[in-house]
Ligand binder design. Structure first.
Ligand code: NCD
Length: 343
């Protein structure tokens, strides 16, 4: 991994394997059994110019769990970008205050432009419809952990990606990351007009993977290992698109009857979240809550060790963590969520 994490394009399989190993070493800290201070004194700048809950808070928490401190700013209104400040100036200014910077911004390519102006490590927390590499790393970590629990192998796995594959940046990064590994099968199902960009599909196919595009979720998916669902990114739609799409049919939503009738007992269901849980929304249904196949909250929990691994690697303390551990002294519940399965 070079000095920034901007796109999966800069990662090799060896980089990903290293990050996965470091993330596994972070588990006792992420699970609040041990404490480290390896980043004591370091400051993270967390700059979010688009809506975020889990990415912002989990980057923040991951840095704190390594012993560092965090300064953050949210939205354009309260930042000097509202006064016309350039990405170049903002980047140089923040570099004087912070030892690492996470940025989310609505324009594709903007985080890379910001990173060009600094030697301080920059992490892309999502650049418009572009990429979201840390989400792909935590998704991959989740798939690996779930497959180990289920006795499955990644090589030859069948992954169904569904929802808004055009504007959903998480799926762009995830399919690129998975395609660094041995040949797999991908089925892509999206409403017409929201298909995965062809440049991404071409690249995945050129690496020896099988990609099939379908227009509906009808049919047999019993050999699917992972169902990865995504939210329709209406905030990226033009007015014309909003009119054309109106109320999307429920044909693209994944719910308990889809999983029970079309998938198997060992299929896992993932989503980068947030999911739209309002009645009639075209998204992953809440009726799967409590089903052990629903991996979405294990996935969000995995954001902590993976983001800790990203910071530790970029700031070159990945080999120091194990030498610096102390036991936790406060109360931590054995299970976090009321519906969490006990594996
Ligand atoms: C996603 C994002 O912002 O790209 N959320 C996340 O970071 N986990 C997905 C989304 O907003 O739909």
């Amino acid at each position: 991994m070079r000095s920034h994490l901007l796109s999966i394009d800069s990662l090799s399989r060896a980089h990903v394997d290293h990050l996965m190993r470091v993330a596994a070493r972070m588990e006792p800290i992420a699970q609040r059994r041990q404490v480290t201070r390896v980043l004591e004194g370091a400051v993270l700048g967390n700059l979010f110019f688009e809506a975020s809950t889990r990415t912002r808070v989990s980057f923040n928490a991951a840095f704190c769990r390594l012993g560092g401190s965090v300064c953050d700013t949210t939205g354009f209104t309260f930042s000097s970008m509202a006064k016309g400040e350039s990405l170049y100036d903002t980047s140089r200014v923040l570099s004087g205050y912070c030892d690492a910077i996470v940025m989310r911004h609505p324009d594709q390519g903007s985080v890379a432009e910001f990173a060009e102006a600094t030697h301080v490590p920059v992490i892309n927390g999502g650049d418009g419809p572009g990429e979201h590499p840390s989400q792909a790393l935590l998704d991959f970590y989740t798939i690996d952990k779930e497959f180990t629990r289920l006795g499955k192998r990644l090589a030859g796995a069948h992954v169904l990606l569904t929802g808004d594959l055009k504007y959903g940046r998480t799926v762009h990064s995830l399919i690129k990351l998975l395609s660094l590994y041995d040949p797999m099968r991908f089925t892509l199902v999206s409403p017409p007009g929201l298909e995965m960009p062809s440049r991404v599909i071409d690249r995945v196919e050129s690496l020896g993977h099988r990609v099939e595009q379908r227009e509906s979720l009808a049919g047999d998916f019993s050999d699917v290992d992972v169902v990865y669902t995504t939210r329709i990114q209406r905030e990226r739609f033009t007015e014309e698109m909003n009119e054309n799409f109106g109320a999307l049919s429920r044909d693209f939503s994944v719910d308990r009857s889809f999983i029970d009738d079309h998938c198997s007992d060992s299929t896992i269901v993932m989503h980068p979240l947030p999911r739209d849980s309002r009645p009639g929304a075209n998204d992953l249904d809440v009726d799967l809550n409590g089903d052990p196949r629903l991996a979405i909250f294990r996935q969000t929990d995995n954001g902590i060790p993976v983001r800790m691994a990203i910071f530790a690697t970029l700031l070159e303390v990945d080999d120091l963590v194990e030498k610096d551990l102390r036991p936790v002294r406060w109360f931590v519940p054995a299970r976090l969520g009321v519906d969490d399965p006990a594996f």
